[in-house]
Write a new protein. Structure first.
Length: 337
């Protein structure tokens, strides 16, 4: 997981720790090779991210200094996702035509929410109503087999009048015939810009064991059921597993109309305070060939806004699945997608 260390404070240098000399006030980044310090960049994201991908990969800094580093398979996969993101961003910022807007969508792509900062937005909206969308992929998560990935970051929508919409997107990419295509896209409105430095490192899988897609599918479905039981449990002794055991330490909650929530206990508190929904079984479950990253989406019944959910599940070194993202977009039209 890699990132541009450009903070808008005059530092354009890329560092493994994601810091520059002018920004030592931020907490120290983990010293694992390849750990990311995601930030929003004020320079063109393609050139910056390419440089970051080349410099921040494990062992890449020394090789770069020697002048002979060649990207490995993971770096090449990340670079290709960045290229796909760039193509999407250009389409959206230029009010793309129908053909240009839809070429990056998979045939079975799902787009959820009232905000649709992805290719289908331009494909559906009349030309004079599209406006423009600016999006920056701040973080990318990738399976070890490099066939399924997610990207997340801030977006800004401008429909040609003074008011602009700001929010967060989560896009799921699947590799098809050596090209990345969007299989799921969703977004939430935050009403203000979000600093990804403050969100911390992106959740990422660490599983390196045996691969069985069918076994992984059964495991994730069981975790979904356990999660819903735990969320609906109102008293000890209900038989539901503790919520905390089902969540990643740095789990994120993206909820339409609210700032993102990060951290297991903070997410649990937010659920208890705001969530009255009944969650249904996932309608879609995507699993990478590495059996370490899975994405599900389904319907939810709630008195509050939001009739759909998206979950991203990541597998740890011990083989356990943990919820890494829950996204609750605004009122959606599942049948429409």
């Amino acid at each position: 997981m890699l990132v541009v260390a450009h903070d808008g404070l005059g530092c354009g240098t890329v560092h493994r720790a994601g810091e520059c000399e002018s920004d030592r006030r931020r907490e120290e980044a983990p010293d694992h090779p390849g750990e990311n310090r995601p930030v929003q960049t004020t320079i063109p994201f393609m050139s910056a991210l390419v440089l970051a991908l080349l410099l921040l990969a494990p062992g890449a800094t020394r090789a770069h200094e020697a002048g002979h580093h060649e990207p490995d398979a993971e770096e090449r996969a990340l670079l290709s996702i960045v290229a796909a993101e760039r193509a999407l961003a250009q389409d959206l910022s230029a009010r793309a035509t129908h053909a240009a807007a839809t070429r990056i969508l998979a045939r079975d792509a799902i787009v959820l929410g009232t905000e649709r900062p992805a290719a289908r937005e331009a494909a559906r909206a009349p030309q004079d109503r599209q406006g423009t969308i600016t999006r920056e992929p701040a973080q990318i998560g990738l399976t070890r087999t490099h066939d399924l990935a997610y990207s997340t970051g801030p977006y800004t929508r401008n429909r040609g009048h003074p008011s602009e919409g700001q929010g967060l997107f989560l896009t799921v990419w699947r590799r098809e015939r050596n090209e990345w295509r969007i299989v799921l896209d969703t977004a939430v409105r935050t009403g203000a810009s979000v600093d990804f430095v403050e969100l911390g490192p992106a959740p990422r899988p660490s599983y390196a064991g045996k691969t069985s897609i069918e076994a992984a599918r059964s495991q994730v479905q069981a975790r979904e059921e356990a999660l819903q039981r735990a969320r609906s449990a109102t008293a000890p002794g209900s038989g539901a597993p503790p919520l905390r055991t089902l969540l990643a330490d740095n789990v994120r909650l993206y909820r339409d109309g609210a700032a993102p929530v990060v951290g297991a206990m903070k997410v649990i508190d937010a659920w208890r305070e705001h969530d009255d929904a009944a969650y249904q079984r996932p309608q879609t479950l995507l699993i990478g060939n590495g059996a370490d990253l899975a994405v599900s989406h389904g319907a939810r019944k709630s008195k509050a806004a939001g009739d759909a959910y998206v979950h991203v599940w990541l597998r740890d070194q011990a083989g356990a699945w943990h919820l890494a993202f829950e996204v609750i977009p605004g009122t959606s039209t599942l049948a429409d997608d």
